[in-house]
Design a protein around this ligand. Structure first.
Ligand SMILES: CC(C)(COP(=O)(O)OP(=O)(O)OC[C@H]1O[C@@H](n2cnc3c(N)ncnc32)[C@H](O)[C@@H]1OP(=O)(O)O)[C@@H](O)C(=O)NCCC(=O)NCCS
Length: 143
């Protein structure tokens, strides 16, 4: 658990799913997609114990992030803070928890994908010391 002012972070547990999805759904730059159903999140949390986190303040969830790894790279998804709690270090608190957890799990590098039009999100990651992968083109395929 990490505390800053009135904000506390803790492990994301399955009973947080609905409230986290509600938070993400309010935010344009977070897309609810495959992997976000209750069953899939349950599996993800089981495979990556303790790495995904929520931030709580005033009795509600004000931030959430999914974090896991495949044994080689860490991956961070859906980092989001409720609008009225932004700019208070909550995003950094959640990200620091993820990075600490990945390090403790033995990971040396993590990857995130930022939507091209998400200029504010991009600034946050740059500010936190993340680098663009100039030599790579992100690619995907529906399986
Ligand atoms: C991105 C986001 C998680 C940041 O959360 P936050 O709690 O407001 O960020 P913090 O207060 O912890 O800021 C950490 C640092 O990033 C900087 N930062 C945060 N948002 C920024 C912005 N829009 N532009 C420039 N810098 C920014 C802060 O100034 C701070 O720097 P400092 O430590 O030098 O003061 C939040 O704005 C959000 O939920 N955005 C919508 C979802 C999103 O885009 N998520 C990223 C998906 S890739």
């Amino acid at each position: 658990m990490t505390t800053q002012g009135a904000v506390t972070t803790r492990e994301f547990v399955l009973s947080d799913h609905d409230r986290a999805v509600a938070l993400w759904s309010e935010i344009d730059s977070v897309e609810i997609c495959e992997g976000d159903s209750r069953e899939e999140v349950a599996e993800y949390l089981k495979r990556n114990p303790g790495l995904s986190r929520v931030a709580e303040a005033d009795g509600k969830i004000v931030g959430a992030v999914m974090c896991g790894h495949d044994g080689r790279r860490g991956w961070i998804y859906h980092l989001a803070v409720a609008q009225e709690y932004r700019g208070r270090g909550v995003g950094k608190l959640l990200l620091d928890d993820c990075v600490r957890g990945l390090r403790e799990a033995g990971l040396k590098r993590a990857i995130i994908l930022v939507e091209r039009e998400n200029a504010a999100g991009h600034e946050f990651w740059l500010r936190e010391g993340w680098e663009e992968i100039d030599c790579a083109i992100p690619m995907t395929k529906e399986l």
